[in-house]
Design a protein around this ligand. Sequence first.
Ligand code: SAM
Length: 241
Amino acid sequence: PTQRFGVVTLFPEMFEPFLNQGVFGRAVRNGIIQVDIFNPRDYTTDKHRTVDDRPYGGGPGMLMMVQPLTDAISDAKIALGENSLVVYLTPQGKTLNQTAVQSFTQLPNIILVAGRYEGIDERVINALVDQEWSIGDYVLSGGELPAMVLMDSVSRLLPDVLGHSQSAVEDSFTNGLLDCPHYTRPDVLNGEAVPSVLLSGNHEKIRQWRLTKALERTLERRPDLLNYLALTEEQQKILSQ
Ligand code: SAM
């Protein structure tokens, strides 16, 4: 495979629909992506298969029990290789963005640790985790959805995952801008006509229109994005009009 993911999770079933459907499912079937799941519950030694433990200092909530978790992560490292990147999904991590997603495509072996309960012991993070990433400033009940968000966003940038008809090159953030608006049939919908330039067949005019709209949108909705962008001469000209 081009990209291997190991996922450490107490809820492997959550990944089943995701791993089998759509663009990601096809990439798995085509062998471009491989996903292996490591469930801490399979590494328990007591008859109740306990995976949670009480926090020192008391208070509400539990933590993931250290031994099953560390054994699952260690096994993932054996399977994917000692040089794998171990990522813990946590609201305390750096916020994921398209630049980070792009950089993950350069790392062929990534282990994603999905937390549950109130999270994991700080010493497990110190010993086994290379990077901590968040998917946004809100709290979920587990790291499974964040792990899927990361895998999905990375997968669509890998070669041969998207067909030509769904190419990622014009997507928002790919060139630092939001995407332009899109139109399909009918010509007129709710009294609103498709911009005539899109019916003109003039590819250069269409390209210029799309770039203009992308710049307008970004200026209107996400002016912060323009601060980091080295604008081309053409983009500067459009913005100054
Ligand atoms: N007590 C933790 C805190 O405030 O930082 C939150 C624990 S949360 C209820 C349980 C798990 O969900 C976390 O260990 C983490 O793996 C995951 N999680 C929750 N929100 C997340 C986010 N925004 N990004 C990534 N992972 C998140």
